[in-house]
Design a protein. Structure first.
Length: 453
């Protein structure tokens, strides 16, 4: 009997839910979820908007509001956002605000896709003509091809939302931009509101068709408003999704790995390098990155290593600096084809490039040159126990060029010798210094060249 009652209760509950979710429903206006987007449109932005729309649907919110202020962004991310908005089961409003905000470039497409497009006084929308990612000129033929595709994209959105397609196409074909007053007069947006409360009051009683085809009547007046907070991971990814941060992490990781290779046994630089490179790739994948830039940065580290083992004229070192600078410049943006939207300049700051170049130069002279040549002393780098190793003899158990392994005092040690010096396996050595458990050694006997009579 108890099972029968439970089954009946479940059936009644399901019936009520189905009845409430018919083809035409009336939203009770109990809650509104606000997603704040302030900055470039990129993959993280698309993911956040998708999460917000899903959360609003799960909580039964009556309206999703995207508060927008953007200079533009990536076309792929923009398309994803437009798809999420058009397919949303919860009505979506885009509010371009507060005063002084803009829905430029990618923001124009996002605003157009909303069920309700709203702008605050003193805001602008438009200027969506294609440009190259490095702000250069696009060949005329390619410009026409991209403009045609992009204008067709915004025209299709405008037709789906019954907006002025011609005026919106002009934002792509003629780089036209509109003030809030001009946009509402032309039918580009629905209304002007000074703030969120004013917008909700004006939307009260309006109808919207959701992605599932339901016609929803909003009861937005007096609705409780909540904002979508960033998750801890989104905060981390947001920090990493910066060209300057990614370049700095690539640089730090590369230098740390280089130090670990040159002076094995330190452990710390190796661990730091792996972590830094891992974080760099996470940020890199969330930006329009170029693998050519990554390759050039890797080449620069290889050249620095070459300079450390074959010092002399500084050719490898100079080549490493040039490769590092060019790699930083080419690290972001597609330099072989233009972008589809006028996106912000995803470039590493010249000041960051200069700072990292200066840092590698200082590191080179004060760490590699000083700590590992006659100019450096081991005092201050070693423990009291390690000091006893100075002057002791041993044997190389691997080739040192300049780093390797030696056997001293009945124990195997990581060791290095002066740059450019080769110690073969089996050669006798003498310890001349200790740096963090890494021995600096020299060959005990110089090779005697063979002579013929």
């Amino acid at each position: 009997m108890r099972h029968v009652i439970t089954t009946l209760f479940v059936m009644i509950a399901v019936t009520v839910v189905v009845w409430q979710n018919g083809d035409s429903v009336s939203a009770d206006g109990s809650s509104v979820l606000v997603i704040e987007i302030d900055g470039n449109i990129e993959p993280l932005t698309a993911d956040r908007i998708a999460r917000g729309i899903d959360e609003a649907r799960g909580k039964g919110a009556s309206l999703v509001v995207i508060q927008l202020d953007t200079p533009g962004g990536l076309l792929e991310s923009t398309r994803e956002i437009v798809e999420h908005i058009l397919a949303s089961d919860t009505p979506v409003a885009v509010f371009v605000g507060p005063a002084g905000a803009r829905a430029a470039s990618a923001g124009t497409f996002i605003t157009t896709a909303a069920n309700f497009a709203v702008m605050a006084p003193g805001t602008t929308i438009g200027a969506a003509s294609p440009v190259s990612s490095d702000d250069g000129d696009i060949p005329e033929t390619l410009q026409k091809k991209i403009s045609a595709d992009t204008s067709a994209f915004i025209r299709s959105i405008a037709q789906a939302r019954d907006r002025n397609a011609e005026a919106l196409e002009n934002t792509v074909l003629k780089s036209t931009a509109y003030s809030a007053e001009e946009a509402v007069e032309l039918g580009v947006i629905d209304l002007i509101a000074s703030d969120m409360d004013s917008m909700l009051d004006q939307l009260n009683g309006r109808t919207a068709t959701t992605g599932s085809g339901q016609v929803v009547t909003l009861t937005a007046e007096g609705a409780s408003v909540s904002r979508l907070d960033r998750t801890f991971m989104e905060h981390i990814l947001n920090i990493l999704a910066s060209p300057n941060v990614v370049f700095a992490l690539f640089f730090i990781g590369g230098v740390a790995i280089l130090i670990e290779v040159l002076v094995p046994g330190l452990a710390g630089p190796g661990i730091l390098g792996v972590i830094a490179l891992g974080l760099a790739f996470v940020g890199f994948w969330n930006l329009p990155g170029s693998w050519l830039g990554v390759a050039l940065i890797a080449v620069s580290m290889g050249l620095f290593y070459g300079e450390s083992v074959k010092p002399g004229f500084g050719v490898f070192g100079a080549g490493g600096l040039v490769s590092l600078i060019v790699g930083a410049v080419l690290l972001f943006g597609n330099f072989f084809s233009p972008s589809d939207l006028p996106e912000p300049s995803f470039m590493v700051s010249p000041f960051m490039i200069a700072a990292m170049t200066a840092l590698i130069t200082v590191t080179w002279f004060f760490f590699i040159r000083f700590a590992r040549t006659e100019g450096g002393t081991s005092s201050g780098f070693q423990s009291e126990e390690a000091m006893l190793l100075e002057g002791q003899w041993g044997v190389a158990v691997s080739e040192l060029s300049p780093a390797g392994k030696v056997w001293v005092a009945n124990q195997e040690w990581s060791a290095s010798t002066d740059p450019g010096i080769l110690i073969k396996k089996g050669d006798e050595i003498r310890v001349v210094g200790v740096y963090n458990e890494v021995l600096k050694v020299e060959k005990l006997y110089e090779d005697i060249p063979e002579t013929t009579e």
